[in-house]
Design a binder for this molecule. Structure first.
Ligand code: NAG
Length: 307
């Protein structure tokens, strides 16, 4: 892993070696969050972690700590192969009368090499999955196409559970590539579900998904979005803003995992405050890919953490 990392980082130096220009704008204020604000997210963190487990374990809801942490959860649909199609699951969570949709992520080094490709393509969203999307909205086509594979099946199951259980809320979660899929799913479900059903999303170590128009549209539709970034994780800084990619609002940055120092960052992708992701990782060389795995309030997420 480390030699691959070394090769990758050496290759990236050529592209990202120059330090980021000094920002002259005044720093926007962050909000300091309490340990409780962070632990309130634990159940979502464990759902995001569980998505790294294979389908049979998910359907039986026997995936070690991640499943035990949310004991009454009923998984009703799961699929994927953990490779070409990420594992995912949908189910009912009685504690919050919610439907949960969770997507697996992928190997962070493989993801980094894809997302630092300067020829990365953006494209328009499918109008069946994203009805009413304005012209100009574009996302990374890899994320878009991966989301599209399971989107209708997931949407049908979400609707079925809302009807059967009387659920009033849908929460999409995911880590890494799974965070990007959760972001797309939150928007797609928001556009396809009745207004009285709440849709929110909580993601971890999520790369940038789409362009400014996508972000504007997303922010106007999904009003409860939290994207949690850990310390100097590199993944939230790619694809680069210079390639026309942006983040929706809702950044929560774990500044120091050990000390549980955690802030909510203003705006969409704050580049003025020392405590937010961009300033923490001003160039790709100052990041740490191991931070991608956590800990998110003591919880690690990744293929080796399904036990
Ligand atoms: C859009 O998505 C629908 C539903 O998955 C599919 O039937 C249709 O072929 C897609 N359209 C395009 C242009 O990809």
């Amino acid at each position: 892993m480390f030699s691959t990392a070394f090769v990758l980082f050496t290759a990236l130096t050529a592209v990202f070696g120059a330090p980021a220009p000094v920002s002259r704008r005044a720093a926007a204020a962050v909000t300091t969050l309490s340990a409780t604000d962070l632990s309130d997210l634990d159940s979502f963190t464990q759902f995001a972690r569980a998505a790294y487990c294979p389908v049979d374990k998910l359907m039986a809801w026997k995936c070690g700590q991640a499943c035990k942490a949310n004991p009454k959860f009923e998984a009703t649909l799961s699929g994927g192969m953990g490779n070409a199609i990420q594992f995912f699951f949908v189910g009912y969570y009685p504690k919050t009368n919610s439907v949960i949709v969770s997507h697996q992520g992928t190997d962070p080094l493989a993801l980094m090499s894809v997302l630092t490709d300067l020829k990365l393509l953006k494209g328009a969203l499918n109008s069946t999955l994203f009805p009413g999307t304005p012209k100009g909205v574009e996302t990374h086509i890899g994320f878009r196409d991966q989301h599209a594979i399971k989107a209708l099946e997931i949407q049908a199951e979400v609707k079925r559970l809302i009807k059967e259980k009387g659920a009033t809320q849908v929460t999409t979660v995911g880590h890494s590539l799974g965070g990007a899929l959760a972001e797309l799913n939150a928007l797609s479900l928001r556009l396809n579900l009745p207004a009285e059903i709440g849709v929110n999303a909580v993601t971890y170590g999520t790369p940038r998904v789409g362009n400014d128009d996508f972000v504007k549209f997303f922010d106007s539709k999904v009003d409860d979005f939290k994207r949690v970034n850990n310390e100097a994780d590199l993944v939230p800084t790619v694809p680069g803003r210079f390639l026309g990619f942006s983040h929706p609002k809702g950044e929560i940055h774990i500044v120091d995992a050990d000390k549980k120092e955690i802030v909510a960052c203003p705006g969409n992708d704050d580049d003025t405050n020392e405590k937010c992701q961009i300033k923490t990782v001003p160039s790709i060389l100052s990041g740490n890919i191991l931070n991608h795995l956590g800990p998110y309030n003591g919880i690690f997420i990744g293929s080796i953490f399904c036990d």
